[in-house]
Design a protein around this ligand. Sequence first.
Ligand code: F0G
Length: 359
Amino acid sequence: FENRRDNIWKYKEFLPVNADNRVSLDEGGTPFCKCEKIGKELGVDLYVKVEGSNPTGSFKDRGMSVGTTKAVDLGVNMVGCASTGNTSASLSAYAARAGLKCAVVLPSGKVALGKLAQAMFHGAKVFAIDGNFDDALKTITELALDGELYLLNSINPFRLEGQKTIGFELVHDLGWESPDRVILPVGNAGNISAIWKGITEFRDAGYIKDTPMMTGIQAVNSAPIANAVKAGEDTVTPVENPDTIATAIRIGAPVSSVKAMRAIKESNGTAETVTDDEILDAQKYLARTEGIGVEPASAASIAGLKKLVENGDVDKGERVVCIVTGHVLKDPNVAIDACEDPTPVSSDPNEIRNVIRTL
Ligand code: F0G
């Protein structure tokens, strides 16, 4: 392979599309930050994979690069998705790059501002549905089955093929070793399935021997998979009316729940729930302790790690990789609401001096 900082196409031998015709915005090769301070406090060897550094600010770009490459290969002219925000932001940009028309269906009033702005600004036709993400996915799927558009939600296997490169990269980042555990937020459950696929492909290719325990975190009122895992059940019962401040993972009927359950089981992993308050605390903690700004859903991975450590489910000294999935600016309202307003001052520097000396 070439340098790990190169984009996802450094792994083109593992991607089942024609890389010569790739639709790419140089996605992947994201920062991999060791978090000494939080790691020390929690008693683990902690690394964070910063997916907010992708072109549109979330991990979705990896999947959309491969997904739109396939769309172009198939000769379609219209792509579409349902989304809690990031998928639509990413698809809208990649569709523009590829010269494809794009339609997205969003849950009205429940999409963070940055994501909505991106989807609109890159030129998708944006529809707001009076319902949640699960309703939006049903509607756009009907249009896809009627042949109106090529669906690029994570039910499309080419999306997962792109996102499995997170699994490749984190092994590469660690110098061709597996961590003990990978922790990530789970919504529609595509990403945990994709990362596990990448990890097992690298194991089967002989690049690593061990595999990490795949650990999914959900918001307490949007937790069909974590509920099933904690109850020791194999089947996932959908949650009616899912709700959380982490709108990215406000999903009641994950489309990849079977694959996700398999990933958790095969990897000897687990799942946990966190409250909105725990998510917001973790978001601020990561931003102010390590300088890494993430959106609320992404902070669920840190909140989940903290809880698993407290419960004794994570062993001391474990090497843990948390996937932080989207950038803090995706949801500026949550970030602003979490802080005090700027202090008004005159142009007299003494006013500032008096305050900063008390910090
Ligand atoms: N984190 C962020 C920031 C997300 O946007 C999503 C999913 C997830 C985590 C969960 O990933 O669905 O593969 O389990 N967002 C989708 C969207 C649903 O429409 O943008 P998942």
